[in-house]
Design a protein around this ligand. Structure first.
Ligand SMILES: Nc1ncnc2c1ncn2[C@@H]1O[C@H](COP(=O)(O)OP(=O)(O)OP(=O)(O)O)[C@@H](O)[C@H]1O
Ligand SMILES: [Mg+2]
Length: 254
């Protein structure tokens, strides 16, 4: 059984079907890519999985648990973490502090206690700060721990979001266009971070327009078009699928 699965998931905005009856399962340990033309419903799909949008109908399951309609923090507490298409870091906090925010809701962590700085928690606070630095190092940002997040270049902010998600030790990590707008060097570093994260036992879902990155990394590719799942399978199989080719040719990328 897939740990994360969706059944007949639909999402309507007024007269628009952002998602129509999408059903799929993400195998444990997969590097599962979600692709599709602009406006296909990819981000909406992630928003439904992570509690940012409430689906109009259908269900989302994590193992035996029906998580449909749970709020974003409840989903995060279950070990599903994400990054955003439009990076959402706290610009006035340091990179280290941004990562620390990700430890919030992690099992066994009292974030409020840490913030209040009660005696006995200081040691824990220091340990967490060191942990945050280890995750910054993991994404290649060790040298930026004290920098304000708002002052970091775009590609670094994207990696910072990945570190913030990973400090929570998620079981499932969702990345919304991690490579968009990053340099080719950063893209290769990012590919390495994604690969080693998956090898470390995290199931990764990734929305990505960079076809080469998808072909390089993904074990399974799902294709959305106009809110519908039009193909799912191995990268090569999907690449040669006539419906996929038609969807992309019909709507050229900007
Ligand atoms: N909150 C919202 N209110 C109304 N319409 C929305 C909302 N969020 C998304 N949509 C619409 O749903 C459709 C799917 O949008 P979505 O952002 O999920 O697409 P996407 O596949 O992520 O596109 P892109 O590749 O451009 O990021 C679009 O037509 C979009 O305008
Ligand atoms: Mg999107």
């Amino acid at each position: 059984m897939s740990p994360l699965s969706v059944d007949s998931l639909s999402l309507r905005f007024g007269g628009l079907d952002a998602l129509s009856e999408v059903s799929l399962g993400i195998p444990d340990g997969a590097l599962y890519a979600v692709i599709g033309p602009n406006g296909a419903g990819k981000t909406s799909f992630f928003n439904c999985l992570t509690g940012y949008y409430r689906p109009s109908s259908g269900s989302v399951r994590l193992d035996d648990l029906d998580i449909t309609g749970l709020g974003a923090s409840q989903v995060a507490a279950l070990g599903i973490r994400r990054t955003f298409q439009n990076v959402r870091v706290f610009p006035k906090l340091s990179a280290r502090e941004n990562v620390l925010v990700g430890a919030h809701l992690r099992a066994g962590t009292s974030f409020v206690g840490t913030l209040l700085g009660t005696p006995g928690l200081r040691r824990r606070e220091r340990a967490l700060a060191e942990e945050a630095e280890r995750w910054l190092d993991y994404v290649g940002l060790a040298h930026q721990a004290a920098s304000l997040a708002g002052a970091l270049p775009y590609g670094m902010r994207k990696r910072l979001e990945v570190a913030r998600a990973l400090i929570a030790e998620p079981r499932i990590l969702l990345l919304d266009e991690p490579a968009a707008g990053v340099s080719s060097v950063e893209r290769d570093e990012l590919a390495e971070v994604i690969r080693k994260t998956c090898q470390g036992g995290v199931t990764v879902m990734m929305i990505e327009h960079d076809v080469e990155l998808v072909m390089q990394l993904a074990t399974t590719v799902a294709v959305l078009d106009h809110g519908q799942l039009i193909a799912e399978g191995g990268p090569q199989q999907v690449r040669n699928d006539p419906r996929v080719l038609a969807a992309y040719l019909g709507k050229r990328r900007k």
